[in-house]
Design a protein around this ligand. Structure first.
Ligand code: FRU
Length: 497
């Protein structure tokens, strides 16, 4: 094993107990120590889920990425394994950037086969950007070795006008005929995001095939680069997901760094033709989503639950920075990708369900049994006589702090406000999004896991995710309606670790 990797594994071992487990989320994956960003290589291998991630163990800030590694049987209880990759070669010395993994038969037996981006800073580039190439690593679920012929896709393999500094995050796909495709995020030198497709017979020798999709007028709201692409079939439609840099603030799009999906099809010429697009999260913290297919055929999405624009400057001192989102089951309904927390969550419920129907009128109310920071809460809101003009739900409330979800039925707009949640927001405190107008009716499901809230609106048409660093003792949840409404509330406590 290489020196750099060994050193990081030892460092992680020594620092594994740096934080009381109660000061971490209970069922969201966090790094043992240091920094985490994108999920990588989310895949099944030898009967388990494997999740790698962008990892810098030495500080709670981004640094030349390693690949951290964890496994799970149920997508919620993760076991950390030693880091899998370190930036220890000439071609990846400034970071083993994001990538994906596939299980593969090789002459030495079954292996995890992964492609990632090698990043090498170019001293000639005025802003110190890296030249990016694509590399292969193979492993047995624990130990990984880099392919001796790396990089397998170099800057010389780029089509004309492709920017060699913005060429990363390969999505590996295996075709029915046994050949491979890699979809790689790129950008034209002349401007505009593109996703480049490379093909290979054996996964080791690659050639440029085509531009799968490039920015056009129809995608002008989606910024200048689409990082971390993924492509899959969902209920017989093709769905492309990626994460936009500098998306515009429009409609449901909160603006800035946004993980989005496009629903469409591959045309006769092999290019992807989007018909619709929408964000996968309109809250603060969800980026670089990747999916895996579960053995029972569910398409499951996980993302980095942070906002790249604020993660490095959250302004609090903690030895870890970053967590993964709750894995979400995807389905397609009326041309929209719908999301739901993975059903495995129900196995973590503790105690009986608390169910109450209350009429809310002007006064802030709490509901017996509905409190805490590890909770699965369902709420169905219906206007009553005279209707209402605003609904608000505060959670992680106490000691003068709270985070608030609100809904304005006249504008059909939902918002999440963490301006009172304490430190750690990096200055990004309010997100608003348009919601489908249901004449004042609204269904919510909120998952709290100590330092985060993930709010699924109207059975997962939209999601708002928020990381909060509010002190753990802030456990109240209260509701307030301006006007009159009926609230049907059901809550489950989730087992604390
Ligand atoms: C997305 C991203 C990827 C890149 C990685 C580097 O958050 O910028 O495009 O591979 O992070 O850590």
């Amino acid at each position: 094993m290489n020196q750099l990797l060994r050193k990081s594994i030892e460092y992680e071992k020594i620092n594994a107990h740096i934080l009381d487990p109660k000061d971490r989320p209970g069922f969201h994956l966090t790094p043992a120590v240091g920094w985490m960003n994108d999920p990588n290589g989310f895949s099944r291998y030898r009967g388990q889920y494997h999740l790698f991630y962008q990892y810098w163990p030495y500080e709670p800030f981004w640094g030349s990425p390693y690949w951290g590694h964890a496994v799970s049987d149920d997508l919620l209880r993760w076991k950390r394994l030693p880091a899998a990759l370190a930036p220890d070669q000439e071609y990846d010395r400034d970071g083993c950037f994001s990538g994906t993994a596939l299980p593969e038969e090789t002459p030495e037996g079954d292996r995890q086969f992964m492609m990632y981006t090698g990043n090498v800073r170019d001293p000639k580039d005025p802003s110190g950007r890296g030249l990016q190439t694509q590399c292969i690593a193979l492993g047995d679920g624990l130990i990984y070795r880099k392919y001796s012929g790396n990089p397998v896709i170099g800057t010389g393999d780029l089509p004309p006008d492709a920017d060699p500094y913005e060429f990363r995050d390969p999505k590996l796909l295996k075709q029915e005929d046994g050949t491979f495709r890699a979809l790689i995020a790129g950008r034209r030198k002349s401007g505009g995001a593109q996703i480049l497709q490379y093909v290979s017979r054996n996964g080791l020798q690659w050639k440029y095939d085509r531009c799968l999709i490039g920015a056009s007028l129809a995608t002008a709201h989606l910024g200048w680069m689409w990082e971390c692409p993924d492509l899959f079939l969902l209920d017989s439609r093709e769905v492309l997901i990626a994460s936009a840099i500098e998306a515009e603030r429009t409609g449901e799009y909160p603006g800035g760094k946004t993980c989005f999906c496009m629903i469409g099809e591959t045309g006769g010429d092999g290019g992807f033709r989007p018909e619709k697009d929408h964000p996968l999260d309109s809250g603060f913290d969800f980026y670089a989503g990747q999916t895996v297919l579960s053995p029972d055929g569910r398409r499951i999405l996980i993302g980095w639950m942070q906002n790249p624009d604020t993660a490095n400057r959250r302004g609090i001192e903690l030895p870890i920075n970053g967590q993964m989102s709750l894995p979400r089951e995807l389905r397609l309904e009326d041309g929209r990708v719908m999301q739901r927390p993975v059903r495995e969550l129900e196995k973590l419920y503790e105690g009986p369900e608390v169910r109450r129907t209350v009429k809310a009128e002007e006064e802030r109310i709490s509901v017996p049994g509905i409190r805490g920071r590890s909770l699965d809460l369902e709420l169905s809101l219906k206007p009553a006589a005279g209707g209402y003009s605003r609904f608000g739900m505060r959670f992680a409330e106490g000691n003068g702090c709270y985070t608030e979800f609100s809904y304005d039925p006249a504008k059909s707009e939902a918002a999440i406000d963490r301006s009172r949640s304490g430190p750690g927001s990096g200055g990004m405190v309010l997100r608003r999004t348009k919601v489908r107008d249901r004449d004042g009716a609204l269904d919510l499901r909120m998952i709290l896991d100590r330092y985060s809230a993930e709010i699924f609106i109207n059975d997962g048409e939209q999601v708002l995710s928020a990381v909060i660093y509010t002190g753990r003792e802030a456990e109240d949840i209260t509701f307030c309606v301006n006007g009159t409404a009926i609230l049907d509330i059901a809550g489950h406590q989730i087992k604390e670790k």
